[in-house]
Design a protein around this ligand. Structure first.
Ligand SMILES: Cc1ncc(COP(=O)(O)O)c(C=O)c1O
Length: 476
């Protein structure tokens, strides 16, 4: 008899599902297609531990050292560390290697929760940098280099800057310009490139953070490349962050029983990229071009944000991230997402009020994109054409909450330790938040502990289907 989770996964395998979500191997199909035995058929076979011949993640001297060295060469790093606890543990480690308790670190306000948790664990005070927001849709863009300069002037004691680029929608900041600004002051640039590990595969993709001059870079190899979920990498370049302290932090934040399956999947990904990476990416970019052409012909649909909004700031967009803005239709992104999943078995990475986001990878084939286009066309037809003949009109600021910095009434550390009580979200207006309120995906806290809960925040959260909490913790 199977347990409920194994039963659900077995059933999922039986259905012909198209994956436009993580992990990047797309239900294992990439490995099947290439007929490469990078991973064993039966998963327990390789589940082992540190025995003679298998080396040790925390003190690598054999095959793991060699594998990490091959990865470093491929990604252009001085040294690469395999991560078995997701990018999350890499982010904690890089923050705590670059700082000590009491230090300040400039981070984006729209960072993933792991950045704030890393600051909390390390006793670091985050100083916030606001991203640019697109005027029409409210879509969060990248960080403007002038704002980085201003932030450095405002907080000269900061130990460095931690940027998130690309963001969930694939938009990248100008890392080179920002790295130059920081390096002039001899401070490190740390990059959360969780969504950009595939950038090395083609010059049409944004420049990888390492190549653009970042000092430490964390990548979720499992999100956009075909590693197993949780398997990630931390790349190091230069000597601005103490390497020994970093190793210690990695020992602190990673399991002492690292999974050989996860590590083998990183090793396999590197081998696969070396042999097939460039050709698979070339194919993927062709499929995406064709898909965009087909989708643009459907009235009521817009793709991504306007290129002009990006070029104003020298931001770039990752073409493999396809945001299908359906605002010109009468359904919300959430409703589209449900129809695509339930009726067409096309699973997207996320939905927001305006549209749906496809995370395409080298694991996707032409037929996946055909299924996506067919599903959208058929949904359009089912909901009547006339409604969609009008031009797409965006509603401002429905995608992001980050028009302005939230009011901070207590420090992160202080509010974390403060006494708290539970109240209905609607009754929390004016109170100090006692936890992070984080719609997932994308896992970006809308409000952090210590910040004031406002009416507009409550309204915004209530409009997000991915935020289901009724009661929240507030400081007493
Ligand atoms: C921008 C960003 N950073 C970090 C993370 C954490 O990555 P992981 O899930 O590999 O721990 C995520 C996860 O969604 C993310 O979106």
């Amino acid at each position: 008899m199977k347990g409920p989770l194994t039963e659900a996964l077995t059933q999922l395998q039986k259905k012909d599902t198209v994956s436009f979500h993580t992990p990047g191997h797309k239900n294992g199909r990439l490995y099947q297609r290439l007929q490469e035995s990078y991973l064993p058929d039966s998963f327990p076979d390789w589940d082992t531990t540190e025995i003679p011949g298998t080396d040790s993640l925390h003190n690598p001297k054999g095959v793991i050292r060699d594998s990490q060295k091959t990865a470093a060469d491929l990604f252009g790093a001085d040294e690469t560390f395999y991560l078995v606890n997701g990018s999350t543990c890499g982010i904690y480690s890089m923050i705590m290697a670059a700082t000590k308790p009491g230090d300040e670190l400039i981070v984006q306000r729209n960072s993933h929760q792991s950045v704030f948790h890393g600051c909390l664990l390390g006793g670091v005070t985050p100083r916030y940098l606001m991203p640019e927001v697109e005027a029409e849709t409210g879509m969060i863009l990248g960080v403007n280099e002038d704002n980085v300069q201003e932030a450095l002037d405002q907080w000269p004691e900061t130990k460095g800057v931690l940027l998130t680029t690309p963001n969930y929608y694939g938009i990248t900041s100008n890392i080179k310009a920002i790295a130059d600004i920081l390096h002039e002051k001899n401070k490190p640039l740390l990059v959360d490139e969780a969504h950009g590990s595939h950038f090395i595969l083609d010059h049409r993709l944004p420049t990888p953070a390492l190549k653009a001059g970042a000092d430490l870079v964390v990548q979720s190899t499992h999100k956009t490349l075909p590693a197993l979920t949780q398997a990630s990498m931390l790349h190091v370049q230069g000597s601005k962050v103490d390497r020994e302290k970093l190793r210690w932090m990695l020992r602190m934040h990673q399991s002492s029983s690292p999974s050989y399956l996860l590590m083998a999947s990183l090793d396999a990904t590197v081998a696969l990229l070396e042999s097939h990476g460039a050709s698979l990416m070339k194919e993927l970019l062709e499929h995406i071009d064709d898909t965009k052409t087909a989708l643009k012909e459907i009235p009521g649909i817009a793709l991504g944000v306007e290129a002009s909004a990006l070029s104003d700031f020298s931001f770039l967009a990752d073409p493999t991230r396809l945001w299908i803005n359906l605002h010109g239709t009468r359904l919300t992104g959430y409703e589209w997402n449900t129809i695509l999943a339930e009726k067409h078995r096309v699973m997207m990475e996320l939905a927001d009020p305006l549209g749906v986001l496809a995370l395409a990878s080298i694991g996707n084939e032409k037929r996946d994109f055909d299924r996506l286009v067919d599903a959208i066309k058929s949904t359009m037809n089912a909901f009547g054409k006339t409604k969609f003949d009008r031009p797409v009109k965006h509603k401002k600021a429905t995608v992001s909450y980050y028009d302005e910095l939230p009011i901070q009434r207590m420090s992160l550390q202080e509010s974390f330790q403060a006494e708290k009580e539970k109240v209905e979200l609607e009754n929390a207006v004016g109170r100090i938040c006692g936890e992070s309120l984080t719609p997932y995906p994308p896992g970006i806290p809308a409000v952090m502990p210590g910040e004031e809960i406002t009416e507009s925040l409550v309204k915004w959260l209530r409009g997000r289907q991915e935020f289901a909490q009724k009661q929240i913790l507030v400081v007493k």
